[in-house]
Design a protein around this ligand. Structure first.
Ligand SMILES: [Zn+2]
Length: 126
């Protein structure tokens, strides 16, 4: 049975579970969100963003439709994070446990989701 819901709405709802976590990280970083390309962007190198990003050498984190960036994202970083948004929409609730499992197995550079986000591949393309 096919759903009559628009595919964009379904993908948005699937990824939505992580949005509150992203907003919490953004708020605890002392930033105010703004909307960019249908996502919420927090820019801050303070608070939780400092602990999660700056101190560990990362530039941004994506949680659902929320992107927290230690500095204003470059076009390349923004494309990378938007790819993570698409991954969240595709994988849904499995994203976070899958990300952590693959991080433990592959580390950051060889992480399949990071590789997919860095050089667009067909990992989740139909
Ligand atoms: Zn990434």
């Amino acid at each position: 049975m096919r759903s009559s819901w628009p595919p964009d709405l379904i993908r948005g709802l699937i990824a939505h579970h992580a949005d509150p976590i992203g907003h919490l990280v953004g708020i605890l970083s002392g930033a105010r969100p703004r909307v960019r390309d249908g996502c919420f962007l927090y820019v801050s190198g303070r608070g939780l963003a400092y602990l999660l990003l700056t101190r560990r050498g990362y530039s941004a984190i994506t949680l659902g439709h929320v992107i927290v960036s230690a500095r204003e994202p470059s076009d390349a970083i923004w494309r990378h994070e938007l790819r993570h948004v698409a991954q969240f929409e595709r994988i849904g609730c499995a994203f976070l446990p899958l990300y952590l499992l693959w991080y433990a197995r592959h580390g950051y550079r060889a992480h399949p989701l990071e590789r997919d986000a860095t050089t667009p591949t067909t990992l989740f393309d139909a």
